[in-house]
Design a protein around this ligand. Structure first.
Ligand SMILES: [Zn+2]
Length: 135
């Protein structure tokens, strides 16, 4: 069985250790998009590795939102051709941020788990169809 690439694991919100178990329950735009599993269903890794660990995701989310605001503002400027009404920019930026909130929430946690926590490592031996159990 082929191993899961890091890109696919991030895109599908999978566990950083085994790249098989889901980090979140529910669907991306469902009512419980923010519900994070306590442990990986495949390898048993505890996602909140220390109390308050996911507070760090707020900083990642902040960076995402700033980048999105700049891009949406720039795209609005390009599409509307030098429109000067501030309400156009305010409404498009706020609308896009509200629309992207579930994505920002989930991928800030995924980004934190996969890239910003050096002690979480990928174990290819867990990336199998056989469930390794709690390790
Ligand atoms: Zn796992």
């Amino acid at each position: 069985m082929a191993k899961t690439s890091k890109f696919v694991a991030i895109a599908l919100s999978k566990c950083p250790k085994c790249r098989r178990g889901k980090v979140f329950t529910g669907t991306l735009y469902g009512l419980n998009f923010q519900k994070t599993n306590d442990h990986c269903s495949h390898c048993g890794m505890k996602f909140e590795i220390e109390p308050g660990y996911f507070y760090g995701a707020m900083y990642v989310s902040y960076a995402f939102v700033v980048a999105e605001m700049l891009n949406v503002g720039l795209i609005t400027y390009i599409i509307t051709g030098n429109e000067t009404s501030p309400w156009l920019y305010i409404s498009t930026i706020i609308g896009s941020i509200l629309f992207l909130t579930p994505i920002n929430y989930r991928y800030s946690r995924i980004f934190l788990l996969h890239f910003l926590t050096p002690k979480i490592k990928y174990y290819p031996e867990y990336d199998t169809d056989d469930k390794p159990g709690n390790i």
